[in-house]
Structure formats: structure tokens, C-alpha cells
Design a protein. Sequence first.
Lengths: 117, 238
Amino acid sequence: MLSALSLLLTCQLAGELVTRGAGLPMPGPVVGLAMLLALLVARPSLIETIRPTAAITLANLSLFFVPAGVGVVANLDVLSADWPAILAVLALSTVLAMLAAVGAFLAALRLLRRDEA
Amino acid sequence: MSGSPALWSYLAAAPLTWLTVTLLAFLGASILSRALRHSPLANPVLVSVCIIATVLWLGGTDYDSYFEGAQFIHFLLGPATVSLAAPLFDNRGTIRRLAAPILLALIVGSSVAVLSAVALAQAFGLPEPVILSLSPKSTTAPVAIGISEAVGGIPGLTAVLVILTGVIGAVIVTPLMNLLRIRDWRARGFAVGVAAHGIGTARAFQVNETAGAYAGVGMALNALLTSLLVPLLVSWLI
């Protein structure tokens, strides 16, 4: 638990240092994720250290974004006129993304099968 | 009730209060969600945000005082994002087996998710901070909040938009795929993971185990790709 937490925080800190140091516009923890993945590929036995702690954090993941979600109450009145448009954008864009992903996946599968045949 | 104003001013200012309220609200919302058989519409995050917002409103507490306590929970988003590496590593066999369909569907699905959100939001004439907050909406919340912060969106708004996207995706995916007569569980799962992150993934696991596993892979890979895509597209489109 302690070594897993140290490893997670070290990767996050390293990610923050890289993104801030190099002025990259991506979130530091995502670079930390990539670093941890690289470490796991280099030393697969590390997964046993990480797995139990990762399982706990990931099982409670939704709790962690509640405070940010409550932040929307601060913007509620500003956006009240925009909500119908926002919901329309979310619904349309989500359907389009699903159709695009499922179409691309099936098309690639079909090409693979044709190559094998 | 003579001591109650002093007691209330202590409670309203103490970080402990808001940390506890957040945990209790989420616990209550989780019990409700379980009672309603994990219906996407009773999403625990949406329900607990509503409960907490009501408590804050009734008590006349501002968001800054609330966040004094809630920041301890908010902080855990970072380590949780890093720990997404574990399921990704555990699924490396799946990814390697179907590398071509997975990579193609990831690139196409992720780009359409970001581009269509930005283009539609511009067409509807939404203000720029809202467009920026919308752009990472298909990505898992901790990463989306980080992206939103990095490109100048409103992180709190992004959190809610991400959850709404997940709920929409989870509700729509099964009727949509059945309507199109798509029976490949891998393709169905991967698509909902890319478009509707963790909430879509949870829905996929309810429907089919294989769909769930592919949804999880789609969600994790999309988190990586979107954090590259959004900053690039934002500097180019807006």
C-alpha cells in the first residue's frame, strides 16, 4: 500500500515536473500514467505492488470528481440560457463518436479477415 | 437553540464538515443507485452533486469554503489518473491481439468526439469557455478536468459535462447498437468506452463481460489520446 502510493505519487510528481518544465499543455497526471505504464512494461513484476491500491482508487473513482462537479453550482446562473444547446451538443457528439468508433473497429476487423482469407 | 449561530459558523467554516458531507452524500447516492439497479440516470456523482449543492444553498455557504474541505477528495484525482496504467497494462494481451481495429477505432472515435463537440458548440454559438470545457467531454473525468484546466476551460463545468456525456452514452448505446444490428461485443464495448468513458464502461459490463473489457481499454486509451488531441485542436480551431 505504502510503496504503491509512493510510486503513484512519484509518477504524478514527475509528470507535473515534465509538463510544467517543458510547458506542455497536457495534464501532468496523464504523463505520470504514461511513465507508470513504461515502468510496468520494463519491470512487469511491479504490477503486483500497484494492483491492490489501483483497484481501490479506481473502484472509488467517481467519488473523486464530486468536489469539481459541485463547482458547477458557481456557474449555474451564468449558463442557464445555454443548457439546451449544451445538452444537444453532448447528445449529438456522443452518438457521432460511438458510430465513428464502432464503424472504424468493424471496418478494420473486416480488412484483417480479408487479409487472412 | 441559543448556541446554534456560533455552532453553525464553526461548522460552515470547518474543512471537516464539508469533507464529511461529501462522503455521506456520495454514500447515500451510491445506496440509491444500487436500489435502482445502477440505472445510468441515477448516477451517484450527479445525485451527490445535487445533494451537496442543495446543502450549500440552504446554509448560504460559498464554493470556496466548501472546497477547503472537499479539496482532500479532489486531490485524489491525480493519483487515480496515474493508477489507470494498471488496468491498461493488465489488458495488454487484448490490445496486442486486435491492435489494428483498436488503434483505428481509437483515433477515429476520439477525433470525432472532440471535433464534433467543438464544431457543434461553435455552430450553436456557445461562449468560448464553454466550448473549451466541452472539448474533453468523452474522456474519463480526472483526465478531462486536467485537460480543461490546461486549455483554459472551467474544470467544474467539465466535470458535470463529462458525467452527462457518460449518462447519455450509457442510456443510448444498447438501443443504438441493436438498431444498427451490430452484434460484435468487442466493437460495441470499445465504442462506448471511447465515447462515454467510465459510465459507459460500467454499462457495458452490465450488458456483456467482453464488451466491458473492451470498453475499459477504450476509455484508458482515449484518456491518453484526448490529452494530446485537445490542446493541439484548441490552438488550431479556436
